[in-house]
Write a protein that binds this ligand. Structure first.
Ligand code: IPM
Ligand code: MN
Length: 359
């Protein structure tokens, strides 16, 4: 098969981790006879420095004109001080919205080999951890009107959280369909004791829950979810929630596994065009040192093969190679812990190792 991938390396550790993921992708191409053509587009601070905007219109068009998008990370202190409308993060939101990437899948799985890195190793996750966060990605408070204005001599700021029924229904369907292929359990997270948008969210989810009678369904409030994730995360299978709650809860959940550096994500649309990226940020403090963990990005490539290209065997092969590399004891700094028996490796060595376990 021949596929065209738009690659957005971005800022900070973005370029390093994406390079390793591309090595792995090329290895898959070689092994399974696929051609992956790449189109490199600047995004975030890298684009601001060159063009004065976090992504150009032309760059955005190139993200639409491909089979799938691979992203590293955007942002950094250098661009924190500029006009909020031009911040690196704006480009990310623009790509999500212009490509219609409404469903963000964030699998949160604990690798048995990394159990010691989890803060809950003695308590909450004795039985392991494998949950999927389905985050609504193109609506809610991220995309409602943002306004700052003066009134009675003081500044007032407002951000609107808005959801329509069809936005809730389509993300709900993704969650129920995902649950059907996993543990057949959905927790829908909201704040229906306070917010109107959550009351509507709950109403639509209840309608879907009846339709998907084979899936066990529960409502849960977002504050309680934050607590339950720490208390007993194994109770969850699929968590579906609105944009900002999903942003916060997915960071929390990823930490339970020991390292955010391992976590991939897929942002899906109603077509096969998706965007794939690790959930961690640009980590400017370690950028350029070749010590970042590329596994979150490599696993994002596996998700790309699985969800956008239907290359299941190839995706499984990458996930297995990552597993094998960990079992063999190789670790980047973030997942090395205090264990003296592990073999500490750099970012590029980790990419090479995954490739070698693929052959
Ligand atoms: C994420 C990030 C983004 C978000 C930022 C960079 C805008 O935190 O993908 O989780 O809030 O969605
Ligand atoms: Mn986030």
């Amino acid at each position: 098969m021949k596929k065209k991938i738009t690659v957005l390396k971005g800022d900070g550790i973005g370029p390093e981790i994406v390079d390793e993921a591309l090595k792995v992708l090329d290895k898959i191409g070689e092994k399974y006879g696929h051609t992956f053509e790449k189109d490199f587009v600047d995004i975030g601070g890298a684009s601001i420095d060159k063009y004065g905007v976090p992504i150009t219109d032309e760059g955005l068009e190139r993200c639409k004109d491909c089979d799938s998008v691979l992203l590293g990370a955007v942002g950094g202190p250098k661009w924190d001080v500029i006009d909020p409308a031009k911040r690196p993060e704006k480009a990310l939101l623009k790509v999500r919205s212009e490509l219609g990437l409404f469903a963000n899948l964030r699998p949160t799985r604990m690798f048995a080999q990394l159990k010691n890195a989890s803060p809950l190793k003695e308590t909450g996750i004795k039985d392991g951890l494998d949950l999927m966060i389905v985050r609504e990605l193109t609506g809610g408070i991220y995309f409602g009107e943002h306004k700052t204005y003066e009134e009675n001599g003081e500044t007032i700021a407002t951000d609107l959280m808005l959801y329509s029924e069809h936005e809730i229904e389509r993300i709900g369907r993704v969650a129920f369909e995902t649950a059907r292929k996993r543990g057949k359990k959905v927790h829908s997270v909201d704040k229906a004791n306070v917010l109107d948008s959550s009351k509507l969210w709950r109403k639509v989810m209840h309608r879907l829950a009846e339709e998907y009678g084979d899936v066990e369904y529960s409502d849960i409030l977002v504050d309680n979810t934050a607590m339950q994730l720490v208390r007993n995360p194994s109770q969850f299978d699929v968590i579906v929630t609105e944009n900002m709650f999903g942003d916060i809860l997915s960071d929390e959940a990823s930490m339970l596994t020991g390292s955010i550096g391992m976590m991939p994500s897929a942002s899906l649309s109603s077509t096969t065009l998706g965007m794939y990226e690790p959930i961690h940020g640009s980590a400017p403090d370690i950028a350029g040192k070749n010590i970042a963990n590329p596994l979150g990005t490599i696993l994002s490539v596996a998700m790309m093969l699985r969800y956008s290209f239907d290359m299941i065997e190839e995706a499984d092969a990458i996930e297995k190679a990552v597993d094998d590399v960990l079992t063999a004891g190789y670790r980047t700094g973030d997942i090395a812990g205090n264990d003296e028996n592990v073999k500490k490796v750099t970012c590029s060595e980790m990419g090479d190792l995954v490739c070698s376990y693929l052959s």
